[in-house]
Write a protein that binds this ligand. Structure first.
Ligand SMILES: [Zn+2]
Length: 345
């Protein structure tokens, strides 16, 4: 049912680094086992990555931060009482407020911590869990706003500026929408086709195939499996968590969210040990009330970086943004092995 398909390519050139000897340079095109979308795995050369002075970056942005405790109550908006009694929601250190620049009918921000900066090698599992529990509770309330439409409760996290984050202070975006984005819409359509064709949900078939292959799984605990996707999307790799037989965040019990948060803290620490300091994270849920069983909730983490420590050039360019072609410089099998080796206990 699952086919891991790839095509090898070889470019011929006279290589100045080898006395202009005729050299074949291999690259690879992989096909996503669900959608057939292609991604490339190529060699590239760039200067060694340097960790910036993150303490200085944190200090330099603190004075104007809208999310620090001394400013947040005055600067952030409140919801109408009819949606959120009291206007804002709290859990532990997390505070949920409307997004002042909304993306949709229902668009919120969860400011995760009192701390202005949380280093990636020490993200507190409790802080992540409380933020996600708050997002879940808000989605449950807000999806009633879309009474006559399908509703997807999406949670995303841009951590630190290379990911596109405009604030250092840790925060999630939450939207409840009937328009969940092209990637998720196409994925769900492909999963419906897969279920109709094979009588088995794609995520179940994929997990069994990945267990049999063995080389791309990173961590499997508490009904959640983490692995590097066969068809990668990050320049330096990416990883996804799959929640077994859960389709939406609203279906998760507190203990499941707490288990995932602890795992995410370890995965983030593993990336920090690999020299990375920024990521995008997105939950891919099904619509509320979808009963087909076609989809399992996934969480995808994409490490982001500046390619050059002084140029600050982005790791996303025409290939990803205009050609919609994923592009990697690390094989997922190697990436999974690196993550397993770097994963703290
Ligand atoms: Zn702050």
């Amino acid at each position: 049912m699952i086919e891991f398909r790839k095509t090898g390519k070889v470019a011929q050139l006279h290589d100045p680094r080898a006395g202009f000897a005729l050299t074949g340079v291999p690259s690879e095109v992989r096909h996503d086992p669900l959608t057939g979308d292609t991604s490339r795995i190529c060699h590239f050369s760039f200067p060694p990555r340097q960790l910036p002075e993150l303490g200085a970056l944190a200090e330099g942005t603190r004075a104007n931060c809208p999310f620090c405790p001394e400013r947040i109550e005055q600067i952030t908006p409140r919801y109408p009482e009819s949606l959120v009694p009291g206007g804002r929601m709290r859990r532990g250190e997390a505070l949920l407020v409307p997004n002042l620049f909304p993306y949709d009918d229902v668009s919120a921000i969860v400011v995760m911590s009192h701390a202005h900066f949380l280093p990636m090698d020490a993200l507190p599992a409790r802080v992540i869990a409380d933020a996600l529990l708050l997002a879940r509770d808000f989605i449950c309330i807000a999806q009633g706003q879309l009474a006559d439409r399908q509703a997807w409760g999406l949670v995303t996290w841009n951590y630190m500026p290379p990911s596109g984050a405009s604030q250092v202070h840790p925060h999630l975006q939450v939207i409840v929408t009937d328009t969940p984005g092209n990637a998720l819409r196409r994925e769900l359509a492909a999963e419906s086709d897969f279920l109709a064709r094979h009588g088995v949900p794609y995520p179940r078939a994929l997990l069994e195939a990945e267990r049999a292959a063995g080389e791309r799984l990173v961590l499997e605990e508490s009904g959640i499996a983490w692995g590097a996707p066969y068809s990668p999307c990050g320049l330096l790799g990416d990883v996804q968590a799959v929640f077994r037989e859960r389709a939406t965040l609203a279906e998760l019990a507190d203990a499941e969210i707490e288990a995932w948060a602890a795992q995410l803290a370890r995965i983030a620490a593993a990336y920090a040990r690999l020299g990375l300091w920024s990521f995008n994270l997105t939950l891919f849920p099904d619509a509320a009330g979808e009963r087909s069983g076609r989809h399992w909730l996934t969480a995808r983490l994409l490490p982001r970086l500046y390619l050059h420590p002084h140029l600050y050039n982005s790791d996303a360019a025409y290939m990803q943004l205009l050609l919609a072609e994923k592009f990697a410089m690390v094989h997922p099998e190697r990436h999974a092995a690196d993550l397993r080796a770097a994963l703290p206990p």
